[in-house]
Design a protein around this ligand. Structure first.
Ligand code: SF4
Length: 152
């Protein structure tokens, strides 16, 4: 049976990135469409903060990993986590999560993590929404790692 796939909306061509630029991934869309997947789009950051918005980073703090805006250092973790929980509660039949690589919200195993001094300490983290997918045992991959075998 074809999979139901949750997909970062920017990959499908929605201009929901922080700066409004397009970042579509036509190869991923082609693969999903060829395999007959049902696609459910999501964008936690646009839903919570609109577009354009200040970019954010994952930062390790005394209170754990937080999503902080790049310059004003506003903690945006909670709204994104709430969006993610609501999305998966409302879409319990999702089989596969495909997130935009390196996004602090959607990156599955490629999100960048900084310390509070701005030093890069990891390039292998999960963004906040991807972490919620993993916590629910939903199979999850970065867009650039989507292979045909994952779609079978
Ligand atoms: S990576 Fe995620 S949060 Fe960022 S624009 Fe794409 S869907 Fe939205």
């Amino acid at each position: 049976m074809a999979k139901r796939v949750a997909l970062s909306a920017c990959l499908a061509g929605r201009n929901c990135r922080y700066n409004g630029e397009l970042k579509a991934n036509p190869e991923v869309i082609e693969k999903l469409e060829k395999s007959g997947c049902e696609i459910v789009l999501f964008c936690p950051e646009e839903s919570c903060f609109g577009t354009p918005r200040e970019a954010m980073d994952l930062v390790i703090t005394d209170e754990g990993v937080k999503a902080l805006t790049k310059f004003s250092k506003e903690d945006r973790s909670a709204p994104i986590a709430e969006y993610a929980a609501k999305f998966f509660d409302e879409n319990p039949e999702i089989d596969l999560f495909v997130g935009k690589a390196r996004s602090p919200s959607c990156g599955v195993s490629t999100a960048l993590l900084y310390d509070e001094g701005g030093n890069l300490i990891s390039e292998r983290e999960a963004g906040i929404m991807a972490a919620e997918a993993k916590a629910r045992n939903i199979e999850a991959v970065d867009d650039e790692d989507l292979s045909d075998s994952v779609l079978r």
